[in-house]
Design a protein around this ligand. Sequence first.
Ligand code: NAD
Ligand code: IPM
Ligand code: MN
Length: 354
Amino acid sequence: MQAKIVTLPGDGIGPEIVAEAVRVLRAVADRWGHAFTFEEALMGGCAIDATGNPLPDETLAACERADAVLLGAVGGPQWSDPTAPVRPEQGLLRLRRHFDLFANLRPVKAYPALAHYTPIRADLLDGVDILFVRELTSGIYFGERKEQGDGDDAWDTMYYSVPQVERVARVAFQAARQRRGKVASVDKANVLAAMRLWRRTVNRVAADYPDVTLEHVLVDACAMYLIREPARFDVVLAGNMFGDILSDEASVLAGSLGMLPSASLGTGTFGVYEPIHGSAPDIAGKGIANPTATILSAAMLLRHSLGLDQEARAVERAVEAALAEGARTADIAPSPDQALSTSAFTDRVLDHLA
Ligand code: NAD
Ligand code: IPM
Ligand code: MN
């Protein structure tokens, strides 16, 4: 098949990890006889430096012509002044909103090969396989806000409407049907009005899925259960901010933040695919970042935007095989001398794909 993929490498380790995922996608194209074309565009801090705008019009236009977008990460200390008029992260939020990518899928698996590396007891990791469904275009990220300016107050609003909750809840219940039939909906209904609307709406949607078991979990307790009893979760449905925080927490179950991919989807097949982690300024430019999250995001791209499930599974199996035979980047290596560079790790994945 033919497909047009736009890459937005962004800042920090973004360019390093996107380059490796593109190598994997090229290998998939070769092996299965597909024709993928890649077009790179600017987003984030690099776009601010070049144009003053974190999401230039040309970038948006390129994304509009694409079947899917593969993104690295944006941001970094040089753009993090809290009084700066424009920030890299605004570009990412605008991109999600522009394409109405309301459902952010963040799968979390515990890899047996890494079970003795994570700080979590290995027996607790047995069978951990969670799908976070994070609402991505509303909530406190997009509610009414007052910037500080040079004044002495500022605020953000957690806003949700019934249709916004309903559509993302349906994504979670549909996904649960293909999995183990359980949804845990995360909220803070004991305190927040928007979260009481969330819970009421999720209950209503649940009535359409009698075959799926629903539980409501308050976000603070959820943060604890994710560590104490992670295997109890199947699909975790959460609002924008809670989903952001809990998925970084859950990355510890997988061994590293560098392991978790994501797909940001709307109603069609178009999607934006990115690791859940950020630009990791502390390790940028060293060639040591873990490319797994981005490679697995490319696999999600193959599956969700291009309908290439067999190819997606082959990429996922190649990653698992490389891990199983001991391939490790620094963040998951037992000692520094056992760590591979970003590209040497990808070579091992490519060996298994061939
Ligand atoms: P981060 O996710 O960039 O890094 C947190 C820690 O995890 C760091 O120690 C980092 O070295 C490590 N890490 C992350 N990805 C890794 C990988 N692939 N391999 C090995 N180690 C990895 O979070 P942060 O430091 O809090 O944020 C840095 C910048 O990234 C901020 O400007 C933030 O806004 C931005 N950010 C962007 C995105 C995105 O573009 N989607 C996501 C999160 C954070
Ligand atoms: C993520 C990031 C973003 C978010 C930031 C950079 C806007 O943390 O993709 O998880 O909070 O959504
Ligand atoms: Mn995040």
